[in-house]
Design a protein around this ligand. Structure first.
Ligand code: ATP
Ligand code: MG
Ligand code: MG
Ligand code: MG
Length: 439
């Protein structure tokens, strides 16, 4: 993309309404614009990162055999009356009435809708196990929307639902989700720690939240510092292997790690004092096993091996796709701006032309731009007439991992300058070498 033809409305001033760094940087980098309280338009740069995060979520869901689909944002209240949650959900639910006087709602989550789909189409235990998911906008009328996309009212969530014949199978689905989530967050350059949590309005007994440690996080957490040494890495886990998935769960959840709702001082005090940590965290996902909480009242049964109907065991599993942008920025920035992890960066690198209009510099930049694209990379070429200082400031603000600087002086020696956003280190090399290094 050529910057002169792009839409990147960066702000010079720090917007006064933003209280935390990720919100400030998203506004300054021209990624989002508030449409109304807790509701945002995704401007091109923000939209690009959102799509990359979504893509990682899709890939990791499908890697473990989960099936993508799409349910609507608007739901009928009747299904929620069946489960008993229409009244129980409270004022966070946005209730709408259509012209026929039917009660509708903008879905805050989808347990009822998916259970209805399941009961309409699945009749036999032979069709299990089944896990369906979608990535769709949710609405929760949060009492205090704040911190930009971190606590929006309209937000993008991946929510998945497993259907199993037995509790044991459903617990395997739970463990499989934990495995898949660990990998998902690491691909985004994040450490998200599974912590024992409270199930809230979703209900159920088994639940873990995934938290990214950050001072600006809204959750209070308590954990054993050993947990931060754990890495999922690039292990290959067979997602059908119950024991292998259970072993990962055991490894990542056996140390003390809890949110304040389930925190237990007595247990916590048994950890050696130097390893006890209390901190703040951002909830970027949660997994639940809730058994027959929805299948029973809504009649989602299958015919078991003995011919008798049995209610299916279910769980649901969410990832805060839009919140993740904020969480990643909270975890990865400096005083000059965002530092995107390679996995989610909106462009792979920036090209800065120090002398736009100079025939030689323009030709060198054009050639570099073409070679980067030929090897499948997506560069952002600053081909505007601005000064070097302003161009560098914009590149630093939007946080691309690499910047290639092209100017007449270097070109005399056949070199360009490659700068790492994270370390700030620069190195001169031929344009060909620069392409190789970025790829
Ligand atoms: P929170 O405790 O932050 O209110 P939640 O526990 O109510 O979140 P879940 O029902 O577990 O949320 O939804 C799954 C994921 O969706 C959460 O882990 C979070 O990452 C994301 N999420 C929830 N509410 C919001 C929101 N208002 N804005 C952005 N993301 C959200
Ligand atoms: Mg909530
Ligand atoms: Mg929560
Ligand atoms: Mg939650």
């Amino acid at each position: 993309m050529r910057l002169s033809r792009y839409f990147l409305p960066v702000l010079k001033e720090t917007p006064s309404e933003a209280q935390i760094v990720s919100h400030r940087l998203m506004l300054r980098a021209g990624m989002i614009k508030q449409a109304s309280a807790g509701i945002y338009s995704w401007l091109p740069l923000g939209y690009k990162v959102l799509r990359r995060i979504e893509q990682i979520v899709h890939e990791e869901q499908q890697r473990v055999g989960h099936i993508p689909m799409l349910m609507p944002t608007l739901q009928s209240a009747d299904l929620w009356r069946e489960s008993g949650r229409y009244d129980a959900y409270g004022p966070e639910m946005l209730r709408i009435r259509d012209r026929q006087d039917r009660d509708m709602l903008y879905g805050p989550t989808n347990e009822e809708l998916i259970t209805d789909i399941f009961r309409s189409h699945v009749g036999s235990y032979k069709d299990l196990p089944l896990t369906l998911y979608h990535i769709q906008w949710k609405f929760r009328d949060e009492i205090r929307p704040r911190f930009g996309v971190m606590r929006g009212r309209e937000f993008l969530m991946k929510d998945g639902y497993n259907f199993d014949l037995t509790k044991e199978d459903a617990l395997h689905a739970y463990n499989r989700h934990l495995v898949s989530y660990l990998r998902t967050y690491e691909r985004m350059g994040l450490q998200a720690i599974p912590m024992r949590a409270d199930s809230g309005p979703i209900g159920g007994d088994d639940t873990h939240e995934f938290l990214v440690l950050a001072e600006t996080g809204e959750s209070e957490v308590f954990y054993d510092s050993e947990i931060t040494d754990l890495k999922f890495g690039d292990r290959e886990i067979d997602h059908d292997d119950h024991a292998a998935c259970a072993a990962v769960l055991e490894e990542f959840t056996s140390r003390y790690a809890r949110t304040d709702e389930t925190h237990d001082e007595a247990l916590f005090s048994q950890i050696p004092e130097e390893r006890r940590r209390s901190a703040r965290g951002i909830e970027v996902g949660q997994i639940f096993y809730f058994g027959t909480k929805y299948s029973e009242p809504m009649g989602a049964t299958v015919q078991g091996p003995d011919g008798k109907p049995v209610p299916v065991h279910m769980g649901s599993h969410g990832i805060g796709v839009s919140r993740l942008l904020g969480a990643i920025i909270e975890a990865s920035h400096d005083e000059r701006g965002i530092i995107w992890p390679e996995g989610v960066t909106p462009f792979h690198c920036g090209i800065v032309n120090l002398k736009q209009g100079d025939a030689e510099a323009d030709a060198a930049c054009d050639a570099l731009y073409r070679s980067l694209r030929t090897v499948g990379l997506d560069p952002l070429y600053d081909d505007t007439k601005g000064g070097a200082g302003a161009k560098f400031a914009t590149m630093d603000l939007i946080g691309l991992p690499w910047r290639i600087t092209v100017g007449p002086r270097g070109l005399k020696n056949g070199v360009v300058e490659l700068t790492s956003r994270r370390t700030g280190e620069s190195e001169e090399m031929s344009p060909e070498q620069a392409v190789e290094r970025v790829a």
